[in-house]
Design a protein. Structure first.
Lengths: 176, 173
């Protein structure tokens, strides 16, 4: 009986250790494609098209109903993130609520969802400069940018690394 | 009696001037179009003004889309496009942002009158040798409805109209 308990304990410890080992390999996997709205810029894709955006085989892939558009990460000259917001009730229904009585449409405008924007610049085969803007849920653009930069994309606004000095450290050092 | 005649003459003169004015103005407004069959759009510059990257890209892309739609140029090239070097009668469009005020979509939707987004862009049309053919300040605005980025589309439409009014692949005789 005691032996059985020992085996179970050893088995549990082994599984726990394996779990820790598996964690880093899961982190190395590319992020799951994010749901985005293509605002403008991608060749052959209409403005305000919904789709997914992710990194696959070293390329930025925008997938939507009709086709997939791939851009090699190394061809991206600049990747910049930003943020924005939109009405919680948007689209056609959102427009209709603007005409709701007693200013209730205006009141609904106060309820908004935060959004991230991902702006990229890239070159086509002839060297022509393109730009594209995507809008996605808050907190997704920065991780995608980090993945893209790791895959060879360039950025004019580098992401601060984890090893960066904490806030206020520089100020103390520069005091006379 | 004489006074009555004077009144009639004055009235007739006024009437003829008023009726002739629009025609004269129309002649003044229609300048001879410059000959150009292709245009190359350079990336929007914003050295003096801190412009968010999405606005810079939206200005550039909207400008290209609007020029393709209605400017009348046979070809619209992007910055860096190597095939533009062989284009005859090429015009190069450089744009730099001179003013930018990012409003608030929420403010516009709640108040209707406040929160407008506006931008002021200096556009310079030059030939291959760098000789400036036309320069103008163009503004883009979103006053009531729509996202802040719609200001770029407003600017692009005006810039394409300016190009349409001043350039043509077949100039007027």
């Amino acid at each position: 009986m005691h032996k059985g308990n020992d085996h179970r304990f050893v088995f549990a410890v082994c599984m726990f250790a394996l779990g820790f080992l598996a964690a880093p390999s899961r982190a190395q996997q590319p992020a799951k494609p994010a749901k985005v709205t293509h605002i403008t810029g991608l060749t052959g894709v209409k403005n305000k098209t919904n789709g997914t955006l992710g990194l696959e085989n070293g390329a930025l892939r925008f997938s939507h109903d009709k086709a997939d558009v791939d851009l090699a990460a190394s061809s991206l000259e600049d990747v910049v993130t930003g943020n924005d917001s939109q009405r919680l009730i948007h689209g056609t229904l959102g427009t209709l609520t603007m005409f709701a009585p007693y200013g209730s449409g205006r009141f609904l405008s106060l309820f908004r969802t935060k959004l991230d924007t991902l702006t990229i610049k890239y070159r086509d085969a002839d060297g022509g400069l393109h730009g594209a803007i995507f809008m996605m849920g808050a907190g997704t653009a920065e991780s995608l940018k980090v993945d893209l930069v790791a895959a060879g994309a360039h950025t004019s606004v580098p992401t601060p690394t984890n090893g960066a000095a904490p806030k206020g450290t520089d100020i103390k050092e520069h005091k006379p | 009696m004489n006074r009555m005649l004077e009144y009639k003459v004055a009235f007739a003169l006024t009437l003829s001037i008023v009726s002739a004015a629009p025609a004269v103005r129309a002649q003044e407004k229609a300048p001879a179009k410059m000959k150009a069959s292709a245009i190359q759009v350079k990336m929007i510059e914003s050295e003096e003004i801190k412009l968010p990257a999405e606005f810079q890209v939206a200005l550039y892309e909207d400008l290209i889309q609007q020029l393709q739609k209605k400017s009348g140029f046979q070809q619209v090239y992007r910055e860096g496009d190597r095939t533009a070097a062989n284009a005859a009668e090429l015009v190069i469009l450089r744009s730099s942002v001179r003013g930018f005020k990012e409003g608030s979509e929420r403010m516009r939707q709640v108040t209707t009158v406040a929160g407008a987004t506006s931008l002021q862009v200096h556009c310079e049309f030059a030939d291959k040798d760098g000789k400036v053919l036309l320069e103008r300040d163009i503004s883009g605005k979103v006053r009531f409805f729509g996202a802040n980025l719609n200001a770029t589309n407003d600017f692009a439409k005006k810039a394409a109209q300016l190009a349409h009014d001043n350039f043509s692949s077949a100039p007027k005789a």
